[in-house]
Design a protein around this ligand. Structure first.
Ligand code: PLP
Length: 362
């Protein structure tokens, strides 16, 4: 296996030794031992603090996509109308998923190098009258951080009955988000981005009216959310849970909370500023049009026109640095530095910027 001295892929990120140690124990059966239930409830409590929510948190086995699909299928049925706020690949993807789940869907579109305008979202919601609105907090492929709280406020004015689904997979644990203040009904999170643990779990915080909708829809399947409403009390999970993955998540959340969330956000903001300055100094341009739209967890940079992505990627790997390429219309044009979680450090910034300089040296 190839290991890189300068790991800067925007997920899965490097995993701290303490987290791996928690994973790598010979845990007993999660089905049989009451201690697993205690660990699950304690971890859900840590996640409430990190996600800024009093809503119940479900921790599902899978990966982040398991709660994206699980939420779409559990919260939608025939007759539902979904408005997908689209300023990037993940945002647009929700409309496709909603149609697959049997709902009607429409997007409200914004250029990928910008962030959604809350008034334009409100106008689209007034016009379309959705039963559910989806949005992405950090559009990882674009390197942007979107104004979820402002959009949530506007939605409560114009579409108070619409459920609000937010994918905060690559922001929570690196950028502040007050999920309850934003009025989020389903707040989606993964474990391999800012939380910096194994890519084995999907997390979703569900509001009371969110759970009510889930019970009305009645979706059953491996990714269904419904069983998680009572599982923490009854101990009956819909499948054998991974004690290993939940123990690792508990350790990773413990590290974030011990550092202090304000310190964690300040570290991400400082390192992100450093990366933007380093890119400018090397004559590179950022993909987001405005610097204030850039996410503190990932920096998206235009591939300079005098080279191409495969050549740049090869040169970076020769210098021991792994970064992210891109997808869809951004493939080959924009590359990404993932400075989230354990990768948001001054040391990786210094060594990564030096490697980038060498790789760009013609
Ligand atoms: C990483 C990520 C996901 C999960 O995608 P995977 O490719 O399965 O890791 C979902 N949403 C966003 C915004 C992400 O960054």
């Amino acid at each position: 296996m190839k290991r890189y001295d300068i790991p800067l892929v925007p997920g899965p990120v490097r995993i701290a030794p303490e987290t791996l140690a928690a994973y790598g124990q010979d845990w007993a059966s999660a089905d049989l031992e009451p201690e697993f239930g205690e660990l699950y409830r304690a971890t859900a409590g840590q996640l409430q603090a990190i996600m800024g929510t009093r809503n119940q948190v479900a921790i599902a086995l899978g990966e982040a996509m398991v709660v994206l699909w699980g939420t779409i299928k559990s919260a939608l049925g025939p007759g539902d109308r979904v408005l997908a706020v689209n300023s990037g690949l993940y945002g647009g993807g929700f409309a496709e998923m909603a149609r697959i789940a049997g709902a009607e869907a429409r997007t409200v579109d914004f250029p990928y190098d910008s962030v959604p305008d809350p008034d334009a979202v409100a106008a689209a919601a007034r016009d379309y009258r959705p039963t559910l609105v989806t949005m992405v907090h950090c559009e990882t492929p674009c390197g942007t951080l979107t104004p979820v709280e402002a959009v949530g406020r506007r939605l409560r004015e114009v579409a108070p009955d619409a459920l609000f689904v937010v994918d905060a997979v690559s922001s929570i644990g690196g950028a502040p988000l007050d999920s309850d203040a934003a009025g989020i009904d389903f707040c989606l999170l993964g474990t391999q981005k800012c939380l910096a643990t194994v890519p084995d779990l999907g997390i979703v915080a569900v509001s009371e009216r969110g759970w009510e909708k889930v019970e009305r829809v009645g979706y059953a399947g491996y990714d269904a959310l419904a069983p998680f409403r009572r599982a923490p009390e009854t101990g009956y999970f819909p499948y054998t849970h991974s004690w290993h993955a939940v123990a690792a998540l508990n350790a990773a959340c413990g590290q974030l909370l011990a550092e202090g969330l304000d310190a964690v956000y300040a570290r991400h903001a400082r390192v992100a500023r450093g990366w933007r300055a380093a890119a400018r100094e090397l004559g590179l341009t950022l993909y987001p049009r405005r610097e204030e739209d850039c996410s503190p967890t990932v920096t998206a940079i235009n591939v300079p026109e005098w080279t191409d992505w495969p050549a740049l990627d090869r040169r970076l790997r020769e210098w021991g640095m792994a970064v992210g390429g891109n997808y869809g219309e951004l493939a080959g044009k924009v590359f990404r530095i993932g400075h989230m979680g354990t990768q948001a450090t001054d040391d990786l910034l210094a060594r990564g910027a030096a490697a980038l300089r060498e790789a760009l040296d013609r």
